[in-house]
Design a protein around this ligand. Sequence first.
Ligand SMILES: C[S@@+](CC[C@H](N)C(=O)[O-])C[C@H]1O[C@@H](n2cnc3c(N)ncnc32)[C@H](O)[C@@H]1O
Ligand SMILES: [Zn+2]
Length: 285
Amino acid sequence: MWLCPLCCNTLSKINNSWSCSKRHSFDVAKSGYVNLLPVQYKHSLEPGDNKQMVRARRNFHDTAGYKPLMQKLSEMIGKYISSLNLTEFNLFEAGCGEGSYLATVTDSLNDEDIRVNSSGIDIAKPAIELAAKTYKKCEFAVGSNFRLPLPTGSQHVVLQVFAPGNMKEYARVLAPRGIVLTVEPGKQHLWELKERIYKTPKQHQPQLHQVSEFDVVTAEHLSFKMELSDTVRQQGLLNMTPYVWKLSDEKRAKLSDILDSVTVDFTITMWTLLPNPKKDTQYAQ
Ligand SMILES: C[S@@+](CC[C@H](N)C(=O)[O-])C[C@H]1O[C@@H](n2cnc3c(N)ncnc32)[C@H](O)[C@@H]1O
Ligand SMILES: [Zn+2]
């Protein structure tokens, strides 16, 4: 299932490591993940989210704050997969963080008797470590969304939630009739929080409009008011939101006191490949 990040040959698992025919070898960590991010593709010492952010995100997700989004994604994927009449399919999450989305979607699909091989990568080692420790139904690897360690044409669904990525790479790894689902912040996302931090808060502007290889199947908005009376949820949200960090302790404490709910607003886009896209057969970058 994984590709060697050095030579692009298939990796096979032998005992506790993944190796390719050129004898590049990657050990499986104690928690069960494999690190497929060679040092030459690592643009900083500790790329991606740090341990504190990962912990904050997990604490937040454990309070089910974004459950409606996870449910919506599960429904969309379930419906799509049922239309393919496959007995088994491959779901991949690019930039999966600590793994809550992938695990939740996998569980809901399994509940519907859909067999799914779920795997995710993130560039942040602490995120993948926590994901692999907790969610044993999924496979996790440290890797970059811009150079996916995946075979060409191997994935039926690629999911990308609030993470940077490369649609050309997604086009490469997508199986025939596969889909990409992206989630971006909608215009009103976390508005009450922004209003209290910025003098002139700006609405989120969607980053993904048109992508040459893809057609948009649906673009949906999901928006609701999220309760923040649970302090674990509230603190988790604040700690995983980078623009909160620049606040002084005093301002942050004040914000915690008054923020009892917030608007969450997501744009969920489903993409399919155009009939004859120019598909790369190697890494897109
Ligand atoms: C805002 S977080 C979202 C995490 C998760 N999808 C969620 O919503 O809980 C963005 C994630 O993208 C990861 N990331 C950033 N650059 C990346 C890259 N080039 N390849 C893979 N992951 C990346 C970060 O480490 C972080 O976990
Ligand atoms: Zn190799």
